[in-house]
Design a binder for this molecule. Structure first.
Ligand code: PHE
Length: 341
């Protein structure tokens, strides 16, 4: 019996030394220690042996079992190390390669330009006031002194919705009424930026959507000179301290008197060129003293309060500043254009 056990041990060790894979090791393990193996059956059959042989056989069986277990553990860790080594070599990762550079995004030119304008107005004490893009006919026109069928409504070609009286705002001026109704009776100094929509033929100079920045100041004793001084100061901060400006009389139903402000053409320096259509001047905004009817619609008594308002087109200003020839580039999403800024 002892001989048989010794042979079993030798054979098992010999097979073990030839193995190199985890799966084969597991198979070896169950053959060697499983219920059918000699190690198990020998212990089960101890009772059948002559009494004097039993201790020696029991002892030898346990020795062999421990020896094989130790050999197995050693082999198993060697095989694991070899497999790790192999996979490291096969899936080599060169950590010295430089990483892929992240593509850095940037603000859209329209937003860069808007933020520059916001910061100028912020320096001058104007807060940003947000107002809705979907408006009622009443706010967009009626409360701005343009009752239904007023011919001045034709100045803004309008997108209507299927809901009667609900439109896309054609200008940021309805925000004047929202701001006044919310802020009354406080004095007001706000700008109202945002997208406006016009049902127009899209051309080099006109888009169906563009940003506007409305401005509104309401208080006691505000005069036309405040409007002129404030807007001239803005133009200098925006285009340079030496830029010349001029005001021309104009008409808007919601301001009285009304004006347009021009800045000296910075392409030709006022000499006259194709950009300024030989006039030497570029129009950048409409403005005026808030009409008494509009103040009243906003809740401010026009005998006590006065104010000025203006509306400028930031994309138009950016076109002049960067000599952008076609307004359609702004929303065309062409990276060749956008990456220039
Ligand atoms: N809302 C006018 C426009 O879209 C501009 C404007 C605003 C004029 C405020 C006067 C005062 O053309």
């Amino acid at each position: 019996m002892i001989d048989q056990l010794n042979q079993f041990e030798q054979a098992a060790l010999a097979r073990l030394s030839g193995l190199a894979e985890a799966a084969a090791l597991q198979a070896w393990k169950s053959e060697t220690f499983g219920k059918q193996s000699l190690l198990s059956t020998a212990l089960g059959e101890l009772g059948k042996l002559p009494k004097e042989e039993r201790p020696a056989v029991g002892k030898r069986t346990n020795e062999i079992k421990r020896a094989l277990e130790a050999a197995f553990a050693e082999k198993e860790s060697a095989v694991r190390a070899a497999e790790l080594e192999r996979s490291l070599r096969a899936e080599a990762l060169d950590v010295t390669l430089p990483g892929r550079p992240l593509r850095r995004g940037r603000l859209h030119i329209a937003n860069q330009n808007l933020r520059q304008i916001y910061s100028i107005w912020a320096d001058m004490g104007f807060q940003i006031y947000r107002s809705r893009e979907v408006e009622t006919d009443e706010y967009n026109f009626g409360l701005l002194n343009m009752p239904p069928h007023h011919p001045a409504r034709d100045m803004w070609d309008t997108f209507h919705t299927p809901t009667p009286g609900i439109i896309l705002r054609t200008h940021t001026s309805p925000g004047q009424i929202h701001a006044m109704r919310e802020l009354y009776p406080d004095p007001i100094r706000v700008i109202l930026p945002g997208m406006v929509y016009r049902y127009e033929q899209i051309t080099v100079r006109s888009e169906i959507q563009f940003n506007q920045i409305e401005g509104l100041a309401v208080g006691k004793g505000i005069r036309m000179t405040d409007l002129k001084g404030t807007l001239t100061d803005f133009a200098r901060r925006m285009f340079g301290q030496t830029v010349r400006t001029r005001f021309r009389a104009d008409h808007f139903p919601f301001t009285e008197p009304s004006a347009e402000m021009d800045v000296e053409c910075f392409v030709c320096g006022g000499q006259g060129c194709p950009v300024c259509k030989q006039t030497g001047w570029l129009e950048i905004l409409g403005c005026g003293m808030v009409h008494p009817a509009v103040l009243k619609n906003g809740g401010y008594d026009p005998r006590v309060y006065s104010g000025f308002a203006f509306g400028m087109g930031p994309e138009r200003m950016a076109m002049l500043k960067y000599k952008i020839e076609d307004i359609r580039y702004f929303w065309g999403n062409d990276l060749r254009f956008l990456e220039q800024f």
